[in-house]
Design a protein around this ligand. Structure first.
Ligand code: MN
Length: 687
């Protein structure tokens, strides 16, 4: 307790020490004998949660409720006991936190359910402070997650990322949001986390030395110029590093820029004075200075940012801001809420006047807070701004269909109605026909084209749908097919998946079919197709059952040494949505694949192919276009570089969506560029 109490006293001198001590003693007694997963006494948990909240400068009742937040749920004492001892507000806050603990999250929840859970969460918290306690509780639970059973770790991390991170984001609690993201990242993407961790670790000793030298150098100069500033090194956020690497437009060399320092000064004028001193000490990198004080970001963020060539030429980023700007950027609404009507009350009228000068989002969240008390459906109105990972697509009648980012026409159709999905044969986006599996964007108007003769969705939609809701609906529809329809659907699917690899059902011998059916533990070839048509088995299993990896992908090239390629620098996602990062630690394999595309030539076709490949992070190593005689299809031979199957398959998916392409297939490795003599060939090198 002493450490936390000291922290509290520092920002809240008026706090009643005895009352806080009494709450601590009560919680300790109530939880006596209970242990945390890591073996420590239970009381360490509420204590840590309270310490996190103290960083947010919360009021006294919130601190007390935080100390007691697990009492009525986990001990013999009730909410009335708490209310009797610590008053109505504390009782109310503890009750709110306990209620929220009963909100159930399941591992396989659909996006819609997650949305309603988030809403429920916000609705049932009748006071902003309940959410704060709940978030701090989650931060501490996440930081001790290593002691929890491994199968539970993943579920809890997923819940954190899906429910708690968006809520922290909504409230502008950036510090909590970043902490929760980083803690979840470790359990959701252990491989990527380890890779990044190792990468950062490698340069750590050097980084620490540079950091120390830089801090000393800057401090000395500030002192000489009589500028008072607090300096802190900003730790790297692994999750934001991970996201940067996932963004192909982000230059990889920027990731080496590992020094980041924050200066907190007393007022606005000093911000600029400190900037001047830094720019005299170190040469600024051009184009990297941002004045978010004069022109705040849309979310109200204020700071000066500059990147300089620091000690030994290391790129070093500085953020300069006042204490007030700092609190707001780290703690969002909490900074306003407690500075205004916390214990250290700012008169309400002054706070409101201040608010007028603040950014729009603060007012929005405050409005939200008010409406939350009126229990109205506040979130509907704020959805667009708040839940940024959603897209909103209009129907021709102007209805809004709310989908997760990355959703496509298939999802759109099924989110309107299962019937619309089942009969969909195409879609127009803003009047232009596009492939059903192309992603939609916020603001698009989409119109589904339906056919009365299509009764069931094609089997490959199961692979192409982006939301769980869609996938479940497709599965249900596929299951309604009769045996014959299922066989037909399975057959179409089989040929579609396998033909780019040069296999069709017709090319298989009776013996091959039989062995394939046996591999999938089905009775016969038609039984296999029937199950396939009903939604069993996946693409990966199918391809791997017939083609050895070496046969499809060929001999791997390594990105170190002589086979250095553009691929060695491009992070990409594999099938499970996991990010794989080729890096300096491990050499990475890539494969060169020959593709033959037959198409009706048109203006812009090559450009469209190029754009799709670039979006997928796939390098085109060589391209040959064989001009066609009149009435014939144009043949394009590509030599591309891919990292694995799933990426190759996404190449196929992309090609499928390009207008004018009639067919495409992978050519055997031993037969590159087979050009017939009577055709003119044009060729260029690396594109
Ligand atoms: Mn707890």
């Amino acid at each position: 307790m002493p450490a936390v109490l000291k922290k509290i006293k520092r920002y809240l001198p008026s706090a009643h020490e005895a009352r806080i001590q009494r709450a601590y003693a009560f919680a300790k007694e109530a939880h006596a004998g209970q242990k945390r997963m890591d073996g420590s006494d239970y009381i360490t948990h509420p204590l840590e949660v309270t310490s996190i909240l103290a960083d947010l400068h919360v009021d006294e009742d919130t601190l007390i409720a935080s100390l007691l937040h697990d009492v009525s749920e986990d001990t013999l004492y009730t909410q009335e006991d708490i209310e009797k001892r610590f008053g109505k507000t504390v009782g109310f806050l503890v009750e709110g936190v306990t209620k929220l603990s009963k909100v159930k999250y399941r591992d396989n929840m659909a996006e819609r359910q997650i949305e309603s859970l988030k809403k429920f969460f916000l609705h049932s918290a009748r006071d902003f402070r309940i959410l704060l306690i709940k978030l701090a509780d989650r931060v501490h639970n996440m930081s001790t997650l290593e002691f929890v059973r491994p199968d539970k770790q993943y579920r809890i991390a997923k819940e954190t990322m899906e429910i708690y991170v968006p809520i922290a984001n909504l409230l502008g609690l950036w510090a909590l949001k970043t902490t929760l993201e980083n803690l979840s990242f470790r359990y959701l993407y252990p491989g990527e986390y380890d890779t990044l961790h190792a990468l950062v670790q490698q340069t750590e000793p050097m980084r620490q030395k540079l950091l120390k030298d830089t801090l000393n150098r800057v401090k000395r100069e500030l002192k000489k110029q009589q500028v008072h500033a607090e300096l802190e090194a900003r730790p790297k956020s692994f999750y934001s590093l991970f996201k940067k690497m996932a963004d192909p437009s982000h230059p990889i060399q920027d990731l080496n820029e590992l020094l980041s320092i924050r200066l907190i000064v007393q007022d606005r004028a000093t911000c600029y004075q400190a900037l001047g001193i830094l720019h005299t000490l170190f040469k600024p990198k051009s184009g990297r200075f941002k004045d978010y004080i004069a022109v705040p970001k849309a979310n109200g963020y204020q700071s000066l940012h500059t990147t300089v060539f620091g000690m030994e030429g290391t790129l070093t980023e500085f953020q300069i801001r006042t204490r007030e700007m700092h609190l707001e950027s780290e703690y969002g609404i909490a900074a306003h809420y407690f500075n205004s009507h916390g214990n250290e009350a700012t008169p309400w009228s002054r706070f409101q006047k201040d608010l007028k000068k603040k950014s729009a989002w603060v007012q929005e969240v405050l409005e939200l807070q008010k409406e939350l008390k009126n229990n109205s459906d506040f979130l509907e109105n704020l959805k667009v701004d708040v839940l940024q990972d959603r897209i909103f697509v209009f129907t021709p009648h102007g209805d809004v269909i709310d989908l997760p980012e990355g959703a496509n026409g298939i999802d759109f159709a099924y989110h309107i109605h299962s019937d619309v999905g089942d009969h969909a044969i195409g879609i127009t986006r803003n009047g232009q026909p596009v492939a059903l599996h192309m992603p939609l964007k916020t603001g698009d108007t989409a119109k589904v084209m339906i056919s009365k003769t299509q009764h069931f969705p094609p089997r490959d939609w199961l692979d192409k749908a982006r939301t769980n809701l869609t996938r479940n609906k497709i599965k249900q529809s596929l299951k309604r097919q009769n045996a014959e329809e299922s066989v037909q659907s399975g057959l179409l699917y089989f040929n579609k998946i396998m033909s780019p690899y040069g296999t069709t059902d017709a090319s298989l011998s009776a013996a091959q079919r039989k062995s394939l059916a046996a591999q999938f533990e089905t009775e016969s070839w038609s039984d296999f197709l029937e199950k396939l048509g009903r939604g069993a088995f996946d693409e990966d299993q199918l391809i791997e059952s017939l083609h050895q990896k070496v046969e499809v992908l060929g001999t791997p090239y390594r990105t170190n040494g002589e086979h250095e390629s553009a691929m060695s620098k491009i992070p990409y996602r594999n099938n499970g949505g996991r990010l794989l990062i080729p890096n300096q630690l491990h050499s990475t394999c890539f494969y060169r694949i020959h593709l033959l595309i037959e198409c009706k030539d048109r203006v812009g076709l090559l450009r469209d192919i190029g754009i799709e490949f670039a979006n997928l992070g796939v390098n085109i190593y060589q391209i040959t276009v064989e001009n066609s005689d009149e009435g014939e299809l144009t043949r394009i031979l590509l030599l591309i570089e891919v990292m694995d199957y799933p990426q190759l398959r996404r190449v196929f998916e992309a090609l499928e969506a390009i207008e004018g392409i009639v067919s495409f297939k992978r050519l055997p490795h031993e037969a590159p560029a087979a050009s017939s003599a009577d055709r003119k060939g044009t060729s260029s090198g690396r594109s």
